[in-house]
Write a new protein. Structure first.
Length: 347
């Protein structure tokens, strides 16, 4: 049995990275796998398994293609994301039609069991390509051309991701906290978040926007001293794992999707839970609550790390190999994906 991994090929994002790594390491293990753009589903059933990455985004962006998937593939599996304490309506709806629902961490099993029988549930983590994160380190001298502006900034440099909704990701709190901290700020933006960054940060920053190759992303992590990503929502926050894999200190939150890599990061506790059911576009229909953090606690944590930055960097670099081994897509395919497919009798 062969596998089509269905994702955004034309719109690169974290899901695209994970999907590419999944295909790569399935092939390494002798399984016929290929990457398929979710808007270009094959019209005939070739006896393949469709692995959706993630399922609800196929439903939201290409509902007609989802119908085609359900009709033309013998088995439908894949990841579902959980951006709050409850799955979004679309995710829960799609999951009921899938033969195998992969959640991105054990934290989500009990919640998803309300919508899907346990025999159709499995934990399959999102991971990184270990070969990408073991390349030679970049520095200010050999930084890629697009990142030269970052390489000229004075240290310390803090990297912030601003690619998603400000409230659910605690982006507003992060930016407003950084106003009063004397450090260089690097912000990875998207077209819809630049104005949000300007409004909340209200001081100069180095902007990194547009598509970055895998090596350019690795170089970006190498050029900064600290990554601050204390999100209150999301299934994994892959950039946090990537930064840890490059030996960069990372400040996260105690949001449940971070629970499995908290041992490698510095966490800011969630202080309150906010209803997000109506705070994002209706098509996603996220429901439940997301965590918010206190600005004064975040500021204290950032200042604590900066006050002993070289030690934090030394510890993070020493433990980066552990992170790569734990979150390697090679390991995840061998220990999580293939055993689940074998248990189902699909391979």
């Amino acid at each position: 049995m062969s596998i089509d991994v269905v994702t955004f090929i034309d719109r690169p994002c974290s899901w695209t990275k994970v999907a590419k790594a999944l295909v790569k390491y399935l092939r390494r293990d002798g399984i016929d796998a290929r990457l398929v753009e979710m808007s270009r589903i094959p019209t005939k059933n070739h006896g393949r398994i469709a692995w959706l990455a993630p399922a609800e985004w196929v439903a939201i962006n290409h509902p007609m293609e989802l119908r085609k998937i359900l009709k033309t593939y013998e088995w439908v599996a894949g990841w579902v994301s959980m951006d709050s304490t409850e799955p979004g309506y679309v995710a829960a709806w799609v999951a009921k039609m899938m033969d195998l629902v992969a959640v991105t961490g054990a934290f989500a099993l009990d919640t998803w069991s309300k919508y899907v029988d346990y025999d159709r549930l499995a934990v399959v983590h999102l991971g990184i390509d270990p070969e990408t994160f073991t390349v030679e380190r970049f520095n200010d001298t050999n930084a890629p051309r697009r990142l030269k502006p970052v390489a000229t900034l004075p240290h310390p440099r803090i990297l912030v991701f601003a690619a998603h909704d400000a409230i659910r990701k605690n982006l507003d709190i992060v930016l407003e906290t950084l106003r009063d901290i004397d450090t260089s700020i690097v912000v990875r933006t998207s077209p819809v978040t630049r104005k949000v960054v300007e409004m909340h940060l209200a001081k100069p920053f180095a902007e990194v926007s547009g598509y970055l190759s895998d090596l350019e992303m690795v170089a970006l992590y190498d050029l900064v001293d600290l990554v601050v990503i204390p999100s209150g929502a999301g299934s994994c926050e892959l950039p946090a794992v990537e930064a840890l894999a490059r030996g960069v200190p990372v400040i996260t939150s105690t949001w449940h999707s971070f629970s499995e890599y908290l041992p490698w990061s510095v966490a800011v506790p969630c202080s309150e839970w906010v209803d997000v059911s109506l705070d994002i576009p209706w098509v996603l229909a996220t429901r439940g609550k997301t965590c918010r953090i206190k600005p004064d606690i975040l500021k204290t944590v950032i200042e604590t790390v900066l006050s002993d930055l070289e030690n934090f960097k030394r510890v993070a670099e020493a433990r980066s190999k552990e992170v790569i081994e734990a979150w390697s897509m090679d390991r995840i395919v061998r220990e999580e994906v293939i055993p689940v497919l074998e248990a189902k009798g699909w391979i």
